[in-house]
Design a protein around this ligand. Structure first.
Ligand code: ADP
Ligand code: MG
Length: 404
């Protein structure tokens, strides 16, 4: 069902509460990668251009004790945001009370204010009370009382039930105020939602990464939806073990061999496994390595898929209309074992007729690091959230947004 979005709202003169994802790396007050701030700009600018008063909320890091607060203030983010927007950003160093309320009342149309890290509410008077991350309904109600409309643009936290995404939305509902998705959220719902629930076919899923155990939910859900499932990465060798192929010293989850067997039975020829691998003497970029087909001898571990497998995968992918990719094909962090991930990424980039989607924290990092991200249709901004979406789960942050 389509969700209400920021473009459906009447913004002029409204106090627009916005949940964004400014959870950026900060060290000694200096912001590292500001991608997430950049990604939030379209929705913020839209609100400002339409003369709304933007009141921004975000969490940053994790706060379990009073001392954690010091290094996790959003103040540096306010400065960066101000540079990016080229206009002043009022930073309010508290998350509730008169100082915040006064600042909101003074805010003019088309101006923006950033509230301190919402997770400051997790520790009150030195006690770890988790008001924000435990979704204390009183906190959601309080924040909701500060505005006229609420926009959630933080897909990366949509799988969590926090006061600043779910509590506040529920309180807005109760008082008859609108709850809408921002553009970033809308895009994630559109691409991941369409791919999983209403894909253009053939629909091929590429699943890799470290462990079968992390991905059972994703495989289970996609088994009934995809036309083909390509498997690569570390989880391959648990499937090999299930098929009786020798795996040497490769990564394996012995307690998941039965699960792998039943996935193979259920999936039949829907499932495509690598036929060859790059095997190494140790888990090290400089380790002696070679390509082997089929059985892997003891003393060798598979760290990437081999060239024949890449060819096979390309044959399966070439006619695809929708591709969802989660999980690198090998240990892409080491240059000698990055080819599988790189080649698959490049091939996906060459598919001009297909919607190609990447989800998952390491997968996103991999396609960016390898320089193929720009050629793909959609790179999800949420690691855990995108995985839960691919598992077919209802994400509480999304469920709390009004339907149209
Ligand atoms: P995502 O975060 O995208 O869901 P995962 O966390 O499941 O992905 O997997 C990423 C990790 O899997 C990477 O750190 C990568 O090095 C590792 N990996 C991939 N292939 C292998 C392999 N053959 N052996 C060991 N680790 C692997
Ligand atoms: Mg990961």
């Amino acid at each position: 069902m389509a969700k209400l979005t920021v473009s459906d709202l009447d913004l002029e003169g409204k106090k627009v509460l916005m949940r964004v994802d400014f959870n950026v790396p900060i060290k000694d007050g200096v912001i590292g990668d500001d991608n997430r701030i950049q990604a939030a700009l379209p929705t913020i600018k839209f609100v400002l251009d339409h003369k709304g008063k933007a009141i921004l909320f975000s969490h940053l890091g994790r706060i379990k004790k009073e001392e954690d607060k010091k290094g996790l203030s959003l103040r540096p983010v306010a400065e960066r945001l101000s540079n990016l927007l080229n206009k002043p950003v009022t930073f309010v160093p508290v998350t509730e009370g008169k100082q915040l309320e006064d600042a909101i009342n003074k805010l003019e149309n088309g101006n923006v204010l950033l509230v301190e890290n919402t997770r400051y509410e997790d520790v009150v008077n030195g006690e770890y009370v988790k008001r924000e991350s435990g979704n204390d309904p009183k906190l959601g109600e309080y924040w909701a009382s500060l505005g006229d409309e609420y926009i959630n643009d933080a897909f990366g936290t949509a799988h969590r039930q926090h006061a600043s995404n779910v509590g506040i939305a529920e309180a807005m509902h109760k008082s008859g105020k609108p709850v809408a998705a921002g553009f970033l959220m809308e895009k994630e719902i559109q691409f991941l939602g369409e791919a999983v629930n209403n894909p253009q076919r053939p629909f091929v899923a590429i699943l890799g990464g470290a462990k079968v155990s992390d991905k059972i939910g994703v495989i289970d859900n996609l088994l009934s939806k995809a036309d083909k499932i390509i498997i690569g990465g570390g989880m391959t060798y648990t499937f090999y073990a299930a098929k009786g192929i020798k795996i040497g010293d490769s990564l394996v989850e012995k307690d998941k061999i039965d699960v792998a067997k039943s996935i193979l039975e259920k999936g039949g020829d829907k499932i495509v496994l690598p036929v060859d691998n790059i095997v190494a003497k140790s888990f090290n970029n400089d380790a002696e390595h070679k390509v082997v087909e089929g059985d892997i001898d003891d003393g060798w571990m598979a760290l990437d898929i081999g060239p024949k497998s890449i060819d096979d995968f390309e044959k399966v992918l070439k006619d695809a209309k929708t591709v969802v990719w989660n999980g690198p094909m090998g240990v892409f962090e080491m240059s000698n074992f990055a080819q599988g991930t790189l080649k698959v990424g490049e091939f996906l980039g060459s598919l001009t007729d297909a919607t190609t989607i990447v989800g998952g924290g390491d997968s996103t990092a991999a396609v960016k690091q390898l320089g193929v991200a720009d050629k793909l249709t959609h790179i999800s901004t949420g690691g855990g959230a995108s995985l839960q979406y691919l598992e077919g789960k209802t994400l509480p942050g999304i469920a709390a947004i009004d339907n149209k």
